[in-house]
Design a protein around this ligand. Structure first.
Ligand SMILES: Cc1ncc(COP(=O)(O)O)c(C=O)c1O
Length: 479
């Protein structure tokens, strides 16, 4: 059974086997704690602001949406927070996840021997991506707090599937609002969520006033994560006994993903390696944070084996919050129900083009990722979806794992790093997060195979128009 293999100790795994020839490593154990980068920030994170009173939010402001334990995690500055045993037991079903050397892909790309690519594979989780790493603890803490139901949004369906499955682990009902364009493109996500016993609705829907308004304005509205978040929050608040869960963006969500990077750190050491560059795709920022933060924490504490280690966040050119957005206080949703978060944003009213990476179609970035970008500790680049799928296709043929559309962006980012290193003649160890498989995304892969995939560049004029409503660009700030 896979779980038996995953629990092997490093010694057993490598008994009688030369390390240099190993392709995949599971030789580590699931971490006992999450790593909280807030402990190591050189400058503290700007606080979320109450949208009406424009003062830093208190725990009470968040209480209608989240249980106390998660609010405490959100603002914690302790470096390590214990993972409850009940959560570890569920995560242990598929964790630790393997760290794999992409040796066949390296060969096909014709890379010199001193350019090495490693990837952490998160697609073996019950929902097929990294999202389950935070869904499980979020459901657990809600159950502990007596929550009766959790509402949420989902873009591509990965987060909704992860929360729906996790709800089943602790017997908590889940209600999912899925961005309509993805809901229609991926019918099997709906089937998956319903198989978990959860409810799912296309967003915008007529179940909420926010959704009804969006449909009145445009009956063909494809939806966006911003609208779906508004609907899930409205459904939560109006129910009276529900709470809300978010699959990315917030600091506690990013922290839950650090099991990925902590495992990778140890696993890479079994290969005798340390990365020169860590790459991840970014929608709201959680999988990138998951793989990058444990290494970045070492760099911030001046403990990194390679002090010059770099971190590259890759986003879609069609929704380029980190590379083209403004760094300013803005709402996290379209209906302006959330607190104001200081982050790179394209404007909460921004309607991203209907690209295939539904999970990357979010108007803003996680405040932590945005802050780190402003501090100059991480880099960002935007790529077009056809280039990303080209890279994903070449990776699939070499390594045998069909990537989720979102993950192809990280693959393209890793490819660019590898090509640049090969050209410069410098040795380079590249680590990227293969955050999910694409088995539910065959609509996108079919479009790609038929040559029907389109690229989008967001026009500067439209971007400037979308930014006009951002509160942070209209005088709202915090010293
Ligand atoms: C497979 C996959 N990767 C990446 C993302 C982007 O989210 P995040 O930036 O939080 O990792 C999503 C979002 O749904 C996803 O499904």
């Amino acid at each position: 059974m896979a779980s038996t293999v995953l629990r092997r100790s490093p010694k057993k795994l490598f008994a009688g086997r030369a390390l240099s020839t190993a392709k995949a490593v599971t030789g580590t154990s699931l971490p006992k704690s999450w790593y909280n980068i807030q402990a190591d920030l050189p400058v503290p994170l700007p606080p979320p602001l109450h949208p009406g009173e424009l003062r830093p939010c208190t725990a009470e402001d968040f209480a209608p949406l989240f249980p106390e334990s998660l609010i405490a995690q959100e603002v914690s500055t302790e470096r390590y927070l214990d993972i409850p045993e009940e959560v570890r037991e569920v995560l242990n079903l598929w964790r630790p996840t393997p760290l794999i050397r992409a040796s066949r892909w390296e060969k096909i790309l014709g890379l010199p021997e001193n350019v090495k690519i490693f990837y952490k594979y998160e697609g073996g989780s019950p929902s097929g991506s990294h999202k389950t790493n935070t869904a499980v603890p979020q459901v657990y803490y809600n159950k502990q707090a007596g929550t009766k139901k959790i509402t949420t949004e989902t873009g591509a369906g990965q987060w909704g599937s992860a929360l729906a499955w996790s709800g089943g682990q602790f017997g908590l009902p889940i209600e999912v609002y899925q961005v309509k364009v993805s809901y229609e493109q991926k019918p099997y996500r709906k089937a998956f969520i319903e198989a978990c016993g959860a409810d799912i609705f296309p967003s915008p829907s007529i179940r909420t006033t926010v959704g009804t308004k969006a449909l009145e304005q445009d009956p063909k509205c494809p939806g966006s994560l911003g609208i779906a978040i508004s609907e899930a929050i409205e459904a939560c608040v109006s129910s009276g006994e529900a709470k809300y869960a978010l699959g990315s963006v917030l600091s506690h969500v990013l922290m839950h993903q650090t099991v990925i990077g902590q495992e990778a750190l140890e696993q890479l050491s079994h290969f005798g390696e340390y990365p020169d560059v860590v790459v991840g795709c970014t929608g709201g920022g959680s999988n990138f944070a998951g793989i990058a933060f444990p290494f970045l924490g070492q760099k911030l504490r001046a403990e990194a084996e390679k002090p010059e280690i770099r971190f590259v966040a890759v986003e879609p050119a069609a929704c380029p919050s980190l590379t083209r957005g403004a760094y300013a206080y803005d709402f996290g949703d379209t209906a302006k129900l959330t607190p104001l978060l200081k982050a790179h944003t394209l404007g909460s009213g921004f309607m991203p083009p209907s690209v295939h990476s539904g999970g990357l179609r979010y108007h803003a970035m996680a405040p932590l990722i945005s802050h780190l970008k402003e501090l100059g500790t991480i880099e960002a680049e935007a790529v077009q979806q056809t280039a990303a799928f080209d890279a994903g296709s070449s990776f699939f043929r070499a390594e045998g794992i069909l990537p989720a559309p979102e993950a192809t962006h990280a693959i393209e980012g890793a490819l660019q790093e590898a090509r640049a290193a090969a050209k410069s003649g410098q040795p380079c160890v590249i680590l990227f997060n293969m955050c999910g498989h694409g088995h539910f995304d065959m609509f996108a892969w079919e479009k790609y195979a038929k040559g029907e995939m389109e690229d989008f560049e967001f026009p500067e004029k439209e971007l400037q128009e979308a930014l006009k409503t951002v509160p942070g660009l209209n005088g709202v700030n915090w010293p």
